[in-house]
Design a protein around this ligand. Sequence first.
Ligand code: G6P
Length: 610
Amino acid sequence: MCGIIGYIGPKKIVPVLMNGLKRLEYRGYDSAGIAAITQNGIRIVKEAGKISRLEALLNDNEIDGQVGIGHTRWATHGEPTRKNAHPHYGCSDELALIHNGIIENYSDLKTQLESKGHTFHTDTDTEVLVHLIEEFYNHGTPLEEALRLALTHVQGTYGLVVISRREPDKLVTARQGSPIVVGLGKNENFVASDVNAVIDHTKQVTYLDDGEMAVLTRDAVTIKTIDNLPVQKKVVQIAYDLERISKGGYEHYMLKEIMEQPETIRDAMRGRLLVDEGMARLGGLDGEIQSLLYARRILITACGTSWHAALIGEYMLEEFVRTPVEVEYASEFRYRDPVLDNDSVVIVISQSGETADTLAALREAKRKGVKVFGICNVVGSTIARETDAGVYLHAGPEIGVASTKAFTSQVTVLALITLLLARMKSMSFTRGVEIVKEMQRLPEKIQKILESHEQVKAIAEQYCEATNFLYLGRGYNFPVALEGALKLKEISYIHAEGYPAAEMKHGPIALIDENMPVVFIATHDSTYEKIISNIEEVRARKGKVIAIATEGDEDIKKRADHVIYVPSTLEFLTPILTIVPLQLLAYYIAIMRGCDVDQPRNLAKSVTVE
Ligand code: G6P
């Protein structure tokens, strides 16, 4: 989704902006641009497509200056063309502006502004902002005041930065619903939509909250509310370094992140498993655990991969904690007026902590007076800050658009929460110890699966030309089937469906013929016999069977065309293992089809618009 970088300071402007944009590439975008205040006014250079195309344009243009802004756009209003790329300017070339979010009343504002003589150059909603600021940017009015007055007329969401030729010593930024972080340097300051864009230069940051704006000069940052009240902000130290956002020798971020999973799972459990007590400890829930424990109903809401993790959480919490759990897409939850009473609690799951629908669902739940718990990866993200309590994944930055390591960490954290609550209820000490010990073995078991990547690659070679795939699983592995199918369609553009294996008979079975690869998650657990019957049904119709099975299950070789083994584990923990070969399968198929796995078409890492 759109990315923002802004800089004021002594460094050469183009390298700082371009480096920031590259750090934001992972979010997904379809055009990019920069603007800088130079001796001869504001220079804007922008281009459709990848940042490399913008870079080629910049090589032919010498731009200097010490104040500038850069943007990657993910089209919402207007096609992804050079014209519609940010930065935008108004009727003169006095101002340049970049914006993430959506201006909901842009159409009304545009009509009003046109009637006042403004001429529009693009099809975007964003352009109204810069014309609106012009209306208030009278002689003697500072830029921040003109922006503030303009924003009182705006409905919608924004994280924006504006610069002015008239005041070349400042950047002005504001936030409502779209993240903005201010990076604090020595004799220089930065603004960005996420910390990755500034981490090359500083680890000291301040996050703006909704309704806040900031003025950045070289040596000062002043923050106030859009209602003109002063605010005091905390300076936060970013805990990770550049190494964690580099590819670390892998060809793609996605492969690196898949391969990192033994370590990221370990990080999710670090200091949280108490072997002697057969228990989990989650500091982020301290003080709030009682409301989770005594809830009569738990509602989990999320989007995409995080929603799949939520489904696994539902199975876990109902089996071990015996609390009724419902899982709902955040986009549905927010508009559906869900029944939430004093005995309900809500859990939101979000890797980025910025997904617009999940954030809106969280706010809706809080409005209804219930406690909201968060499971997030990005520390300091909006969702992490707005929930009453929560648990971080500690998976490190996830750059590949298709979520991999965050998923296994989310399921691990859900298992930890389940263990904690179950032990506070009826689970025995012995069972708790058994779970703790098994969880500790998960990293090495994932490592073992990763070592079979060449075998997965060979299977990918055979099926990379397929046009459809089915993924089937039961119980805890039904959500894994959904997630496996999602991975494949996201990055290879092959149509793939996930289904509960038994439901196949009620529709998808009609699709099966000799051209249909069917991936079964057929581990040796409580529904094993049933899933074997489902495999037979597919074989009877000549479908090709790829089975994910438990080590030692020789029998399944007779029934499947291909078998990928995973080590055995407790049934409720199997998703943490079974998803790994499916991530690899999607990755290799996508590579073989020549797809851009880290930045698949049309997708965004963090969907900050509805
Ligand atoms: C986007 C990403 C998905 C992700 C989903 C939810 O669609 O492409 O990979 O699962 O958003 O994101 P979140 O950050 O809230 O987990």
